[in-house]
Write a protein that binds this ligand. Structure first.
Ligand code: FE2
Ligand code: FE2
Length: 291
């Protein structure tokens, strides 16, 4: 189980900073870029390529209620949140384009379905859309926490072309993890809707996303019926130390009535990245250019 780290200092600057970066993920990047492992790579391919429709949905869901927020500092947080998520969506779209050129066409078809469903939710049920955003932001904050707090399993095996993407996205997810939640508490605050949204989000993330999106990827690689691939892969995702199971303590916090994202005090996880980015050391060490 992951350790929920105490914050290292109350005086940390918690500004939310969009950081446009151009990554080195190209057609020349290795096909199996996470630990040379097809299943683990496709797990992250399936997850990361869901972000373009998903994060654009988060932005629409929060911006829908921006006019109801009067505090200028919170308005600024909303704008920075939209800036970060918009940039994430673009970066992950570029990765998706690489995968499409490699022949994984199912991802684009599925993204059209996901995007249509999410746009319909925005139109028909904006409060539910915001609650779903809050729930899915808890997932992204939790996965970000995992990647940064257990680097040996969920970060270091990534190829050098992808490694900085993990640092950057994980840090910004933690940085802005309370923005949608704080908006939700002000414009709705219904505990029942928040929990309902979390149950839907959990069903989608844990039971639908992985099998639905990964099956065509493994089929294309001739690995769909390979028992060893599944045994090892399912353990990586759902096993005792799997990426979806080990953050249980973090996940279940959400069900408390008085939950707030900063109850999990993990800001210290991102502080080093923030400093290295601000000084340019992080970009230089990964050979990255600003976007
Ligand atoms: Fe994001
Ligand atoms: Fe986010």
């Amino acid at each position: 189980m992951s350790t929920i780290m105490p914050d290292q200092g109350a005086s940390l600057d918690r500004a939310i900073v969009p950081r446009p970066v151009r990554f080195n993920i190209t057609d020349d990047s290795p096909r199996y870029w996470f630990g040379d492992d097809p299943f683990r790579t496709h797990f992250f391919n399936a997850l990361f390529t869901t972000f373009p429709p998903g994060e654009n949905f988060f932005v629409r869901s929060v911006l829908h209620f921006r006019d109801r927020i009067t505090d200028p500092a919170q308005q600024a947080d909303i704008n920075a949140f939209a800036g970060q998520e918009g940039t994430h969506a673009n970066v992950h779209q570029d990765h998706l384009e690489v995968l499409l050129r490699q022949g994984y066409r199912s991802l684009a078809r599925q993204n059209r379905i996901i995007d249509g469903f999410l746009r319909l939710t925005n139109r028909a049920a904006p409060k539910l859309a915001l609650a779903l955003t809050v729930a899915l932001e808890h997932f992204t904050a939790m996965l970000a926490h995992q990647a940064l707090s257990e680097p040996a399993r969920f970060h270091d095996p990534a190829h050098a072309d992808f490694l900085p993407l993990f640092d950057w996205h994980a840090a910004e997810e933690i940085e802005h993890k309370a923005v949608a939640f704080d908006v939700y508490q002000q414009v709705d605050g219904s505990y029942a809707r928040r929990i309902f949204a979390m149950l839907l989000a959990t069903l989608f993330m844990a039971a639908i996303l992985v099998p639905w999106r990964m099956t065509p990827l493994l089929y294309r690689d001739g690995l769909l019926f390979d028992g060893g691939t599944w045994r090892d892969g399912l353990a990586f995702v759902y096993g005792r130390h799997g990426i979806f199971r080990s953050p249980w303590a973090h996940y279940r916090q959400f069900y408390r009535r008085d939950f707030h994202p900063w109850d999990v005090q993990d800001y210290a996880l991102v502080e080093r990245f923030r400093q290295r980015y601000a000084s340019g050391e992080w970009q230089a060490s990964h050979g990255l250019q600003p976007a």
